[in-house]
Write a protein of this length. Structure first.
Length: 297
C-alpha cells in the first residue's frame, strides 16, 4: 500500500513552558490527509493544558480525549467540559475564539486535537460549537470502533461535517485484523499507545502512517490489546494557507484576520472567564504566505 510514515515532532502548546504535544500533521510534503490539516497528540501527562483565548478562521477544531478532562470556553457563550468518549467540535467559519484548560491536575490527561479545513462554500460562514456525550460504536472481528466524526462501517457520528470524512478510535485485540477502507479516501493511522504493524510494516508508537487513496483493505497486527486512531477523507483539492491558528486561501486573508484579532474586532468577540487575557498573535513573516504544496517521496 502506497504511503509514508510521519514521525512526531515536539511542540509547546501556547508557550515555552506550556504543555508539550506531538505534532504529525501538517508535515513537509503532506499538508493534509483529506480535509484533515492538523494533528496534535498529547499525553499521557500530568502537565496542565492552559491555553488562553485565541482565534481561528476557516476550519473546524476536533477534541477527543482518552483520559482526563478539558474545559472549553468560546465567544459563542459555550462553557463545556469534555471527557473521554465525548466529542467537542467547533466550526470557526469566518471567525471564532476559544480557550482550553485541563480540569484536574491530579488526573493524567491523554488525547488528540485535530483541525479540519473548511471547503470554500463554508469557510466564510457562521461559527458554531457542538458537544456530544454519546457516539456510535461499531464492532468488528476482534476490534471495536467509536466513530466520532463522519461514517465508518455504516455507523455515523452526529457531528456536523462539510466534506466526506471519517475519524474513529479503534480498540484492537491482540492478533491480525483486517479493516475495510473506502477507496475514494486517503487515510492516516495514529499508533496511540504502542507500536503496530500495518500491511507488514512497523509503525512506532506515537507515529502516523499516511495511506494513499485507492485501497479497500488495511491489515493491522498487534501483540497486545491497543488503541489506534483512524482518520480519512477524499483528497483535498483546494489551495490552503495555514499560519498560526488560521486556515485561509490568501496572504491577505491571514493578514486581515491577524489585524482583527489584535485590534479586538467583534469578528472574534470575547471569551468569558479570563479577565480579558488572550494569546497575542505573533508577527507575520517578512514574505507573502503561499499555499502549502503536497510533495510525497
Amino acid at each position: 500500500m502506497a504511503g509514508m510514515t510521519i514521525e512526531p515532532r515536539l511542540v509547546p502548546l501556547g508557550g515555552i513552558r506550556a504543555l508539550e504535544v506531538r505534532r504529525t500533521l501538517p508535515t513537509k510534503g503532506l499538508p493534509t490527509i483529506g480535509p484533515w490539516c492538523f494533528l496534535d497528540h498529547f499525553g499521557p501527562t500530568f502537565q496542565a493544558m492552559d491555553v488562553l483565548p485565541h482565534p481561528h478562521i476557516g476550519l473546524q477544531t476536533v477534541t477527543w480525549l482518552l483520559s482526563g478532562e478539558i474545559e472549553h470556553r468560546d465567544n459563542l457563550g459555550s462553557n463545556v467540559r469534555v471527557k473521554p468518549g465525548q466529542l467537542n467540535i467547533m466550526t470557526a467559519g469566518r471567525g471564532v475564539a476559544h480557550s482550553e484548560f485541563s480540569c484536574d491536575i491530579d488526573e493524567s490527561m491523554h488525547g488528540v486535537q485535530f483541525w479540519v479545513a473548511l471547503p470554500e462554500s463554508e469557510r466564510g460562514g457562521k461559527a458554531d460549537f457542538e458537544h456530544f456525550t454519546e457516539l456510535p460504536i461499531v464492532d468488528g472481528d476482534g476490534w471495536a470502533a467509536t466513530v466520532f466524526v463522519g461514517e465508518f462501517y455504516g455507523a455515523r457520528s452526529p457531528a456536523t461535517t462539510f466534506s466526506p470524512i471519517v475519524a474513529a478510535q479503534i480498540q484492537l485485540g491482540s492478533g491480525l485484523h483486517e479493516i475495510d477502507l473506502d477507496p475514494a479516501f486517503e487515510y492516516g493511522l495514529l499508533a496511540v499507545d504502542m507500536s503496530v504493524v500495518i500491511d507488514g510494516e512497523q509503525l512506532e508508537s506515537k507515529s502516523l502512517r499516511f495511506l494513499a487513496a485507492g485501497e479497500s483493505k488495511l491489515t493491522i497486527e498487534v501483540p497486545f490489546s491497543t488503541t489506534v486512531i483512524l482518520l480519512g477523507g477524499e483528497p483535498w483539492e483546494e489551495p490552503l494557507i495555514m499560519w498560526w491558528n488560521f486556515v485561509a486561501r490568501t496572504h491577505d486573508e491571514i493578514h486581515q484576520a491577524r489585524e482583527d484579532w489584535e485590534s479586538g474586532h467583534e469578528r472574534f468577540g470575547s471569551v468569558d472567564g479570563h479577565d480579558g487575557k488572550v494569546i497575542p498573535a505573533p508577527p507575520l513573516p517578512p514574505v507573502r504566505l503561499k499555499p502549502r504544496v503536497r510533495r510525497l517521496p
